[in-house]
Design a protein around this ligand. Structure first.
Ligand code: ADP
Ligand code: AMP
Length: 219
């Protein structure tokens, strides 16, 4: 099963993609995580990507495509994956279709999480991420049992450098520029599901599962 999760920064893509990954036993492929990991390793790609990420701008398509194509070739992705934060431009969407169709594969469902800017700012400013396993928390909406420590692995929690109000506003502007043509692209293919992501995590999870299962039954 090949799925993609779209939506503004902080909408809950990673939270929901992680849940789907556990449910279906396929990996979550987050381009944001891949780029941050490349930057941490100081690879040439990572260092170049960092210049865009810290300003809240999109990383050039070519770099993102390189990194995500490599990841999709790994063994654990053979049976499927959940793309998280990718594609973000029409060029990326078309390139993804080409990669998949060369293997006789296609995306089964593209979900877009919809939520207001006001809620996004609250979600992003309270986000904490585990340095060790990548699990996500929120200081108010999904707090860890022990402040600053991951429930799952006891790893240290940190706040992302780009999770501040100024960068978030930039990221939201960037999102607004790119999302319309992307949604039209998937709407035309008949695989887009719009999800109201304004409710609590468990409510959004139910809507996401319904969207995925609806597609599975009719496929
Ligand atoms: P994205 O991957 O879209 O950037 P995340 O999944 O990292 O978003 O979620 C952003 C923050 O909001 C995290 O701190 C997460 O715990 C929290 N969060 C995610 N979904 C919800 C929700 N439905 N209600 C409240 N908080 C949420
Ligand atoms: P995210 O972790 O999804 O919030 O992404 C963090 C940052 O990584 C974004 O603000 C972009 O700079 C970059 N990024 C992640 N995914 C993509 C993508 N598909 N295309 C371009 N830039 C991306």
């Amino acid at each position: 099963m090949r799925l993609a999760m779209l939506g503004p920064p902080g909408a809950g893509k990673g939270t929901q993609a992680r849940m789907l990954a556990q449910e279906f036993g396929i990996p979550q492929i987050s381009t944001g995580d891949l780029l941050r990991e490349a930057a941490r390793r100081h690879s040439a790609t990572g260092l170049e990507a960092k210049r865009y990420m810290e300003r809240g701008l999109l990383v050039p398509d070519e770099l993102v495509l390189k990194i995500v194509t490599e990841r999709m070739k790994e063994d654990d992705a053979a049976k499927g994956f959940i793309l998280d934060g990718f594609p973000r431009t029409q060029t990326q969407a078309q390139a993804l279709d080409e990669i998949l169709s060369s293997k006789n594969q296609k995306l089964r469902r593209v979900m877009v999480l919809e939520v207001s800017d006001e809620v996004i700012i609250k979600r992003i400013c309270g986000r904490r991420v585990c340095k060790n396993c990548g699990a996500m928390y929120h200081v108010i909406f999904d707090p860890p049992r022990n402040a600053d420590l991951c429930n799952q692995c006891n790893g240290e929690l940190y706040q992302r450098e780009d999770d501040n109000e100024d960068t978030v506003r930039m990221r939201l502007e960037q999102y607004a520029l790119d999302i319309k043509p992307l949604l039209q692209y998937y709407e035309k293919k008949g695989i887009l599901a719009r999800i109201d992501a304004s409710g609590p995590i468990a409510d959004v999870q139910r809507l996401v599962m319904t969207a995925v299962e609806g597609e599975v039954k009719s496929a």
